[in-house]
Design a protein around this ligand. Structure first.
Ligand code: IDP
Ligand code: MG
Length: 189
């Protein structure tokens, strides 16, 4: 079965900039289905559970940022991926709790892959025009974020795997908050 569910968060920068409608439209425009939606101001526990520090994630964040910064001609003085991951994790927890976010569960064929594609890259600076991060946040970069000791303010979170999507959906939503209904496109899938 190719049908997948993904957790989307419009992070607080998207809410504060009045971009909820535009971001939701992008998701609706490509035909995916919103099966749950609410505004949440995360507490410490939810933010900590959402941004759990695990070795694979820390390694990925470290390598991704190191590569970008070296290619951009900047220095990357960090040596230890777990230490770097821990720093980014704590910045992420602060950012997630800066104000309310909009949480959604999105369903459809290949939903996880398609949403990652329309969201764009982690660093908005690298995100192509046409993506959510590229169109609405492109002047944000690792250089700016790391100088200011904060995460890249990149508007949106999208689950990156089936396993993570299941875990994240269960953190943000109760089973009875996920709705089942028909949309026009359903008959083709
Ligand atoms: P993703 O949101 O594109 O999936 P992840 O690698 O899962 O990116 O990282 C989670 C969030 O942490 C990112 O959306 C971004 O806001 C922030 N982040 C990741 N790496 C860095 C960094 O090197 N500096 C600042 N913020 C970062
Ligand atoms: Mg991620």
């Amino acid at each position: 079965m190719v049908k997948e569910k993904s957790l989307i968060l419009i992070k607080h920068d998207g809410v504060a900039r009045g971009l909820i409608g535009k971001i939701v439209s992008r998701i609706e425009d490509i035909g995916l289905k919103i099966i749950a939606m609410k505004m949440v101001w995360a507490d410490e526990k939810l933010a900590g559970d959402h941004y759990k520090l695990d070795e694979t994630w820390a390694k990925n964040v470290y390598e991704k940022t190191k590569k970008a910064r070296l290619e951009q001609g900047d220095e990357f003085p960090f040596k230890d991926h777990m230490e770097y991951g821990k720093m980014i994790q704590s910045w992420n927890i602060n950012f997630l709790r800066e104000g309310p976010v909009v949480a959604m569960v999105i369903e459809g064929p290949h939903a996880i892959e398609i949403l990652r594609k329309i969201v764009g890259t982690t660093e908005p600076r690298q995100s192509p025009p046409g993506t959510i991060r590229g169109d609405f946040a492109m002047i944000e970069s690792y250089a700016l974020a790391n100088d200011k000791q904060r995460v890249t303010r990149n508007l949106i979170h999208a689950s990156d795997s089936k396993e993570n999507a299941e875990h994240e959906i269960a953190l943000w939503f109760a089973e009875n908050e996920l709705h089942s209904y028909s949309k026009e496109l359903d008959k083709h899938y």
